[in-house]
Design a protein around this ligand. Structure first.
Ligand SMILES: *[C@@H]1O[C@H](CO)[C@@H](O)[C@H](O)[C@H]1NC(C)=O
Ligand SMILES: *[C@@H]1O[C@H](CO)[C@@H](O)[C@H](O)[C@H]1NC(C)=O
Ligand SMILES: *[C@@H]1O[C@H](CO)[C@@H](O)[C@H](O)[C@H]1NC(C)=O
Ligand SMILES: *[C@@H]1O[C@H](CO)[C@@H](O)[C@H](O)[C@H]1NC(C)=O
Ligand SMILES: *[C@@H]1O[C@H](CO)[C@@H](O)[C@H](O)[C@H]1NC(C)=O
Ligand SMILES: *[C@@H]1O[C@H](CO)[C@@H](O)[C@H](O)[C@H]1NC(C)=O
Ligand SMILES: *[C@@H]1O[C@H](CO)[C@@H](O)[C@H](O)[C@H]1NC(C)=O
Ligand SMILES: *[C@@H]1O[C@H](CO)[C@@H](O)[C@H](O)[C@H]1NC(C)=O
Ligand SMILES: *[C@@H]1O[C@H](CO)[C@@H](O)[C@H](O)[C@H]1NC(C)=O
Ligand SMILES: *[C@@H]1O[C@H](CO)[C@@H](O)[C@H](O)[C@H]1NC(C)=O
Length: 763
């Protein structure tokens, strides 16, 4: 965040609200002022969810001043870099991010090199506050565009920053290029809102590009998706009609500062950022009190959680423009349920809205699945002809829920998608041991149970409960491990889950995936053909959503529509969050390594015999990373992309880096912004083969054809995409063979432009 730049203009009015400021003889520090202010606002809060204090507004400048005053301890930061590097090494996309193929729409990033540079900065005394250090680390993770890769240091999590309005990007008729509006204008149904032309004194597109490049945390793999994900932050707004307004920043914090005694910058450092007992500490607090404070505040958090009132519901209906009267609702919808279904009877369309694959806090994977089955049943009874599966905002969730929903629509298709990991020495050590342990079960203690329950059936950690691309069990760990050379790196062979594994029922879902258990309540055959189903994406789709979309597209042949993107003509990739198929926290690897070491210890002098039977040495085990709880700074909640998604037909093409245009792209319009059903009807027409509503140049685009895996240049790069922003040019796509094939695209484009001209006259 670079909020500081904007904050100078804010009036320092906050002091007026602070109780007792004038009466103090010694001035209070910035964090104490903030903590007292927050406390006074919490007391007055009328929020229906008193446990949720994040969106209680704090003065942005006060929060910023507190944050920047948190001290920097170079030894702690430097020691932490070692942990960050050793655990980031489990990420499967490192070498492709460092040297991406021409199909990739983002600049590459050398994560290890960048971490080394931060270490150099620490040694050279670059950082004067802890926040500056965390911002440099955040620039690496958000710059990686890998939504599963994150390094979670604590200070930047303490505050969130928000404005009192945001932007939307709408086309007047679906063909004219979108313009940018204040969301409040659209939500209030203002009849003739004026577009925004200038932000912060800069032309709108230049400002937004620079904003996205520096700040977006959407982690998407193409700029159109960044655009859709952007929650715009900027102070001065100029509308086309000449009016100016200033949007005002607030800060929010989910941490009750006063209750946790976070009233000085040093308290914040020792209490929440540093690892107690490991940190070299801040001079003023090297008094042995650190551990106790920390333990007390953890205990308090736990007490608060036990007594905590209802949590704020997940945003089950993703946007304000969704109908309020769904025909199917998952139980506890709005409190934890996710699924909703809509039958547009007059158009014979059924719409299934799946904004997440999480099963929610108060509901189960079975509740989710039952709601989808109810939708399918109702849609069939209503003789619905076309099905729209609206995946807007779906950033993933439970992997096996993705497989489950696929099998409800296509019970007869065996999912083909594979996963692989980097074939590193650490993975080889861990996988050899786990596979050995799980196969011969010689360990006499609980660690075996822990390992089996925790890690059985995980691709990349053992060959237990996984299958090769032909659906056959691997003969040994090394048959899976390979390695296979690719992109100056080594990878394992591809593997898929054994979907009959009992762990899926006992550990992950609570029931077997439809078609892999004894139950008969699920649909037993396809109720709609692939041509009668369409997926609707807005670029956010990631992780489990990417797996589901891949199964629907590649195995079943279902088409997809993408909505939104930068105002320009041409295609968009609808699945633009990470296409990696699993996230894994640092804690998981750390805990696993500890469990392995404990298990070996309990084997005593038989350990080395067991190890050599499994093909591992004591040195290999000792080379594994140290537990993250030994890191001087707390890094819990950090994670990596733990699995590449690959196709059987292209084992060297991690789908994350391929170019996959949707079959058609649509712009949001005032009509769709007011009533999403307008968009659903258009998407259903595309399923029926009517492409007339598609944005010029967005059909038959590279990578849209089923089973084409494109690693070559689609004809436009990240830079050229941005350079065409606000341009009526239709990009000249390259064909699937990499050769130019602009002509057919162009004729589509011209037809589209004609439609624009006609529509403009009629407007
Ligand atoms: C595109 O840019 C031109 C010139 O900068 C501007 O006049 C026009 O309004 C922009 N169009 C859109 C759709 O923002
Ligand atoms: C200009 O447009 C903005 C945004 O739609 C609106 O709030 C404002 O009232 C308009 N000003 C005039 C003078 O029409
Ligand atoms: C945001 O704050 C500014 C300044 O107080 C105000 O003019 C504007 O109306 C506010 N916008 C919304 C949507 O509340
Ligand atoms: C905060 O400090 C007060 C006074 O020293 C103490 O009573 C209280 O237990 C502390 N709270 C926490 C969460 O450490
Ligand atoms: C979720 O499903 C379970 C198992 O079918 C059921 O017992 C429970 O009542 C459902 N949840 C709600 C909130 O209805
Ligand atoms: C998959 O798992 C099931 C249940 O454990 C097992 O019966 C089956 O043999 C496994 N499939 C293969 C191909 O090994
Ligand atoms: C794509 O390829 C897979 C594996 O070769 C095949 O099973 C599937 O039917 C193909 N999909 C389509 C839509 O042609
Ligand atoms: C990181 O890995 C290096 C090289 O294996 C090792 O020397 C170092 O001790 C490790 N550090 C941590 C914190 O795991
Ligand atoms: C893209 O543009 C940036 C500046 O905006 C430049 O630094 C970079 O080198 C360009 N990349 C390519 C591949 O041209
Ligand atoms: C790609 O190459 C194949 C074989 O050379 C050819 O038949 C096909 O027409 C080419 N496709 C395009 C879009 O250029």
């Amino acid at each position: 965040m670079r909020c500081g730049q904007f904050l100078s203009g804010l009036a320092a009015i906050a002091n007026a609200f602070l109780p007792g400021v004038a009466a103090q003889s010694t001035p209070k520090g910035p964090c104490q002022l903030l903590a007292e202010y927050q406390s006074s606002v919490i007391t007055q809060s009328q929020s229906p969810y008193p446990g949720d204090i994040e969106f209680i507004k704090l003065d942005a400048e006060m929060a910023y001043n507190c944050r920047t005053s948190v001290p920097f301890v170079p030894e702690d930061a430097l020691g932490t870099i070692d942990y960050l590097k050793n655990y980031s090494n489990f990420d499967t996309t490192l070498s492709f991010l460092k040297k991406p193929p021409p199909s990739y729409q983002k600049p590459g990033v050398d994560i290890m090199g960048r971490l080394d540079r931060v270490a150099d900065n620490i040694r050279n005394g670059k950082y004067s506050s802890h926040a500056e250090f965390e911002i440099d680390i955040m620039a690496i993770t958000s710059g990686s565009s890998e939504g599963h890769f994150s390094i979670n240091l604590q200070l930047l999590n303490l505050f969130s920053w928000f404005l009192n309005d945001t932007i939307v990007s709408l086309s007047r008729d679906g063909k004219e290029l979108p313009q940018i509006y204040a969301r409040s204008d659209i939500e209030s149904l203002m009849s003739n809102p004026s577009p925004i032309i200038e932000l912060g004194g800069e032309p709108v597109f230049e400002y937004l590009r620079s904003y996205i490049e520096r700040h977006t945390k959407s982690s998407s793999i193409e700029p159109h998706a960044d655009w859709n994900a952007m929650v715009y932050n900027g102070p001065y707004v100029r509308f086309a009609n000449g009016s100016d307004v200033e949007w005002v920043y607030s800060a929010g914090s989910g941490v009750n500062l006063l209750a946790n005694n976070y009233t000085s910058p040093e308290d914040i450092y020792t209490g929440m950022i540093a690892n107690p007992g490991i940190s070299s500490g801040i001079n003023t607090r090297s008094d042995g009190l650190i551990n106790r404070d920390r333990l007390e505040s953890v205990a308090l958090d736990e007490r608060q959680q036990q007594n905590s009132p209802p949590v704020k519901p997940l945003p089950s209906v993703p946007l304000f423009n969704y109908p309020r009267n769904p025909d199917v609702l998952e139980v506890s919808f709005g409190v934890g349920g996710i699924v909703s279904g809509y039958i547009l009877q007059d158009d014979s369309i059924g719409v299934l809205s799946l904004p997440s694959y999480e099963s929610g806090k108060r509901t189960t994977a079975l509740n989710y699945t039952n709601a989808v089955v109810e939708f399918i049943t109702k849609a069939k009874e209503s003789r619905v002809k076309k099905i729209v599966i609206d995946l807007s905002g779906n950033g993933g969730g439970k992997v096996y829920l993705g497989y489950t929903i696929f099998k409800l629509f296509f019970p007869s298709i065996e999912p083909s998608v594979l996963g692989r990991v980097r074939a590193t020495p650490h993975i080889n050590t861990i996988g050899s041991i786990l596979t050995g342990v799980l196969q011969d079960g010689t360990l006499p203690n609980n660690d075996l149970q822990v390992i089996y329950k925790g890690y059985g059936g995980t691709i990349g950690l053992s060959t237990n409960d996984i299958l090769d691309s032909n659906g056959v069990k691997f003969e040994s760990w090394s048959a899976f491990f390979g390695p296979r050379e690719n992109n100056d790196d080594s990878f394992t062979n591809g593997a898929k889950y054994n979907l009959s594994s009992p762990l899926i029922e006992t550990k992950y879902l609570g029931f077997p995936i439809p078609g892999y258990g004894a139950e008969t309540v699920w649909p037993q055959s396809e109720l709609w053909a692939a041509e009668d189903i369409i997926l609707l994406h807005d670029g956010i789709c990631a992780s489990t959503c990417a797996i589901f979309s891949e199964l629907m597209k590649t195995d079943a042949g279902v088409k997809s529509v993408a909505v939104g993107g930068i105002p320009q003509y041409g295609p968009m990739q609808g699945v633009s969050g990470t296409r990696g198929s699993s996230i894994q926290q640092f804690e998981v690897y750390s805990g696993l390594i500890t469990a392995i070491k404990n298990a070996l210890n309990s084997l005593g002098n038989q350990a080395s015999a067991s190890l050599s039977r499994w093909g591992v040495s004591v040195d290999d085990v000792q080379a594994l990373p140290l537990p993250i709880s030994n890191s001087p700074l707390r890094i819990e909640g950090s994670g990596v992309n733990a699995l590449d998604m690959i196709r059987v037909s292209s084992p060297d093409a991690p789908l994350q880096f391929t170019y996959q245009a949707s079959d058609c792209r649509l712009f949001h319009t005032f009509d769709t912004a007011h009533d999403i059903r307008v968009l659903w009807r258009t998407a259903a027409k595309v399923a029926g083969g009517d492409m007339s509503a598609c944005v010029p140049g967005s059909t038959n685009a590279p990578g849209s054809i089923s089973n084409v895996t494109l690693l070559s240049d689609p004809g436009y790069s990240y830079n050229s995409t941005w350079e065409r922003a606000n341009s009526t040019d239709v990009p000249k796509n390259k064909g699937v063979n990499g050769s130019g094939s602009g002509a057919p695209q162009l004729s589509v484009g011209l037809a589209g432009l004609l439609a624009v001209a006609l529509a403009f006259v009629a407007f």
